[in-house]
Ligand binder design. Sequence first.
Ligand code: CDP
Length: 229
Amino acid sequence: MSSAAEPTRPVPVIAIDGPTASGKGTVAARVAQVLGFHLLDSGALYRLVALAALRRGLPLDAPAALARCAAALDASFDGGRVRLDGEEVGEAIRAEAVGNAASRVAAHPQVRTALLERQRGFRRAPGLVADGRDMGTVVFPDATVKVFLTASVESRADRRYKQLMEKGFSVNLCDLLRDLSERDARDSQRAAAPLRPAEDAFVLDTTALDIDEAVAAVLEFCERNGLSA
Ligand code: CDP
């Protein structure tokens, strides 16, 4: 039993950041499952704002309108289902066009601010695995564990190609490689919360690793930092 004098420990957060198609999403979901933690897919929030904006015909270079859209976003996540205005949109937000729009929407500081508290609200006991670009730097700077996953742009394009083909989207590898490079440049060069590893992040290059090896490496790092199943 904890005594009254004992300070309450903050709910642990494992921040997993990295560029597009670095395997973050899969690794984060697997780590959350093993540890029994909640999961925040922050990219899905930016994708939802992008989808809502595209559906409403909002220009992607109108920060004030996009920030209002983000603040009022009627979105819910439950057991892998993602809903926007009550409609299941799990598949729709995965389209490359929505991902590209999300990267443009996410470059506006006002949109990022509008989503900040919503993201922090996912921090609930027993713990959270947060997947994104700025989880360890901006949203949860006090995260217990910070991981930055990287991989060469070619291997990421290859993984994304296979992922999209499996989902039945028709894609061209050259277009994909160009889109990923553009998205990398936009994510890392933007002024607001640019993509970069936190100073205290464990940087893991997954180019030569399969998903099981990447998950094992992240879990081992968590364990070294006092978080185990
Ligand atoms: O699947 P992919 O890694 O390409 O994208 P995602 O994680 O679903 O995020 C979609 C877009 O949202 C990214 O290209 C980023 O520009 C943006 N994003 C962000 O700026 N900050 C985050 N924490 C998460 C995503």
